[in-house]
Design a protein around this ligand. Sequence first.
Ligand code: PMV
Length: 344
Amino acid sequence: MLSEVLLVSAPGKVILHGEHAVVHGKVALAVSLNLRTFLRLQPHSNGKVDLSLPNIGIKRAWDVARLQSLDTSFLEQGDVTTPTSEQVEKLKEVAGLPDDCAVTERLAVLAFLYLYLSICRKQRWTKEDLELINKWAFQGERMIHGNPSGVDNAVSTWGGALRYHQGKISSLKRSPALQILLTNTKVPRNTRALVAGVRNRLLKFPEIVAPLLTSIDAISLECERVLGEMGEAPAPEQYLVLEELIDMNQHHLNALGVGHASLDQLCQVTRARGLHSKLTGAGGGGCGITLLKPGLEQPEVEATKQALTSCGFDCLETSIGAPGVSIHSATSLDSRVQQALDGL
Ligand code: PMV
């Protein structure tokens, strides 16, 4: 344990369709993105080990001996469960985080330690290891938003394009490599509160809200069908269907109460350029996706990104369907990633 450098990356993800509805047993389609976060764990001869999480600006160092003393007790616990308060206390002690440490940093470091002590001792992962990573990542999700569906951790673990339905995951075969804009409105939101808001609306107006969820389910299924068709025999009309599905779902999500003025603005700005957008994930701010049709000229894409940036948003162009969580050798990483890992 901890004798070699460990380099891990995981893809970003978006939900194409089915956010919120998935919490109520409907289908969701989620895809990984070609935008990755990296982690490096590097042992040193002085008995210390450095953790570097450059994407969230975290660097910490621990005594290897202390981590090793924790190791056995965690492995004894068998299957993955929610950590007991005793275990969390132990992790906090070893993590040695300062009192003024931000909550996000605290959670990230504790979740990392929790995961690391069970799974990151190998240089190659089997399917069973990935299943375990997925389960542990689900526990991390629970720490962050209470009662998650499991779709986020699944797509970041397995990569590609996934259909998620009541805990059952299947890969979409032959889905096309769609180009998208991922726009962060930078409006903070609270997933837990948004999920609870939808539940309350469903309880208050079951006759109104249940059909919306059923309709979102049908949108996911239609999108899945079209993506399959595009993988077999791509045709321009299929993009028109995807765009219509995006518009309909965005309206449904607004009706569920998870929209936000910033997301409306995002949709309007892209609509003015003939592009279609919807929120992705919990909504209430956060991120939106915009479908980029093939044949769109790069200057037009750049102008759209510029228009979104002028609204105060961050906008990234990327494609869907990246590999899931992966271990890397130090030599395989591109120099920008190396610099980010070294440069904190
Ligand atoms: O905002 P995110 O990326 O955490 O996604 C939340 C998706 C929901 O469907 C709203 C909740 C869930 O657990 O699936």
